[in-house]
Ligand binder design. Sequence first.
Ligand code: HEC
Ligand code: HEC
Length: 241
Amino acid sequence: MKTPILLSLATGALLALTGTSASAVDTSKLPLPVPRKVDFVKEVYPIFVEKCISCHGPQKQKGKYRMDTKEFAFKPGSDGPFFIAGNSEKSPLVHIVAGLIDEGLMPPPSDKPGESEPLTKEQIGLLRAWIDQGAVWPDGEITMTAKELTFTADIKPIFDKSCVSCHGPAKAEGGFKADTREGVLKGGEVYGAAVKLDNAARSALVIIVSGKDGDIPEPKKHKLTDKEAELVQKWIEQGAK
Ligand code: HEC
Ligand code: HEC
C-alpha cells in the first residue's frame, strides 16, 4: 500500500512524540522479573551506577535526565514518568534498557569494547522485579557499601587457576606476570599497563579477560567467566588493592 508522503511524515512525528508510550512497544519478549524479593541498594542501584550514572548523574545529564537520586530519577520526562511503580511491563525505563524503543536503547550502543554493554537479561529481571515490588528507592544519596576486594583474597585465586601457568614464575608470556599484584599492575611488553585505575572497564586486563580482545593469542585461555571478569573489573574500580 502506498502511503501519501505527508501522512507518513505526520505519523512519523506522532510516533516520535509518543515514542516512549507504553502502548507503542511489544513487551512480549521482555526478560521476566526475577521471582524473589529484590534489594534496591544492593542489587538495582549498582546496575545504575555501572551502566547509567556516568551520563545521568552529578557530572552529566544527557538528554536532561539525571538518575542518581530518587528525586531526580522519578521526575517525569516529556512523555510522563519513566518508572511506573508496580508495573514494570509498562515502565518506559524498562522498555528503554531492553531496546524495545527504536533508536532508544540505553546505554547507547558503542563500538568500543568494554563500553556501553546493554543490560543483561538477569539485570533487566532484577530491575523489573524491583519495579513490580513497588519501586521503593530510599530518599537522598545512596551509599553503596561494597565489600572491599583485594588481590590476595579475591583475584589471585582466579589468576592462579587460569593464568599463572603462562604468566608466572616459570614462564611470563609477553613479559606479563599474574602471580603478584605488582606484576599485574606493571603489565606486559606489548600492552603496557594492563590496569587503568581511572577507567576500569577500559583496562586492557578487563577487556582481555572478558573475551573482548580480538587480537590476543589463545583467546580461549584468556576469557574468564562473566562473574570472574566482573570481579576483576570491580577490584580495579575499588583501586586495585
Ligand atoms: C554514554 C552515555 C549514556 C549512558 C551510559 C546512558 N545514557 Fe541515557 N541518554 C544518553 C543520551 C545522549 C540521551 C539523550 C538521547 C536523545 O535525546 O536522543 C539519553 C537519554 C536518556 C533518557 C531520556 C529519554 C527521554 O525520552 O527523555 C533516559 C530515561 C535514559 N537516557 C536512561 C538511561 C539509563 C536507564 C541508562 C543506563 C541503563 C542510561 N540512560 C545510560 C546517554 C547515555
Ligand atoms: C596458554 C598460555 C596462556 C594463558 C593460560 C594465559 N595467557 Fe595471557 N598471553 C599468552 C600469550 C602467548 C600472550 C602474548 C604474548 C606476546 O605478545 O608475546 C599473552 C598475552 C597476555 C597479556 C598482554 C601482555 C603484554 O604483552 O603486554 C596479558 C595482559 C595477558 N596475557 C593476561 C592473561 C590473563 C589475565 C590470563 C588469565 C585469565 C592469561 N593471560 C592466560 C598466553 C597465555
